[in-house]
Design a protein. Sequence first.
Length: 437
Amino acid sequence: MPKRIGIRREDKSVWERRTPIVPEDARELIEEHGIEVIVQPSDIRVFGEEEYAAVGAQVQEDLSGCDVVLAVKEVPPHLLLPGKTYVFFAHVIKGQPYNMPMLKRLLDLGCVLIDYERVTDEEGRRLIFFGRHAGWAGMLDTLWALGQRLEWEGVPNPFSGIGQAHTYPNLEAGRQAVREAGERIRAEGLPPGLSPLVVGFAGYGNVSRGAQEIFDLLPFQEVAPGDLAAPFEERPDPHTLYKVVFEEEHMVEPVSPGARFELQDYYQHPEKYHSRFSTYVPYLTVLVNGIYWESKYPRLVTKSYLRELFGGPTRPRLRVIGDISCDVEGAIECTVRCTEPGDPVYVYNPLTGEAVDGYAGEGVVVLAVDILPSQLPREASMDFSGVLRRFVPAIAQADYTVPFERLALPPEIKRAVISYRGELTPDYRYLEQHLGA
């Protein structure tokens, strides 16, 4: 009997238009691997039901006959089916409280959970991700936010012609809008008082690289973190922007005087380090955050530091924080909540602790959209599906009745199995303490 997989509709947000498997890859699974593909109908998915039907997939509501169910985002606990193998971004590996009920329900129902976030190679590098798409969309949205903020301040600027990522029919249209802003900067220069306009990128992974690809369409000079003061000490060029990329050694320093920074030591013993990032913030007009963060690591920007910065005698240069990573009260502590593309920013006032929707008001504009790749749904889905499809036959054909140690899955996928037949797998038993809490 052929194996059957289900592609679930996304219902976490009305903006979530992505799909884990696109029609052309569904065709390959059907024709080359003999897998039946069942697709739940959806009014918002970027690929239409007729596109799936045209490649031989079945479109129907009921997924109870599927061996494996694939999605992008989490499945609501009440919709989980007993004994199924689920594959999606679970957001549980940090013990996130808001998803513990879902994880407990998966365990109670004897389900298998495979988390995309944990699909890695032997070096621990993630293989299935939307990171670059988050960077692309996040940088477009950040430049849009900068343009709107400056307009609110009464400063006409070249960024006001850039829209949010979802307003463009495709990524290339968004890129063209940024190129046009760059041509305006080259021809007219920046408004008086805005130069040097410094954009800082925290991190150098897929998210940061994607954001930098968009920013690099503008005229810029790159400066090292240690040389940030230089553009302010000489006459800055108003026809260019300044870019700085921060790595771990720039963000933190050892607590012990005289000790040297060592990357692996920092990862293994983060308590031996504290943040030094506040030394750079006064120079930044825009901060783009793309780092992975856990509570054991120092924050980049704290609420107390922002209170000190904005409580000074002069208005800070910092206008916008594009928190692409979007960890609530995480590396960027003033990311007090996540937003959606329809209402993407709020102004955080460090002096009052209030966060007011929009880009008007005293404080710093925070962009904190946690589903940024959904704004580029077609490109994001095609790239994601292109990687995932290689693993789907093995996932679909595996025998989930055997003990976990005998489960025959590619090692990349087996490392991502969070729960198996109602129990946490050995690498994830630490989550028991979070389930209890």
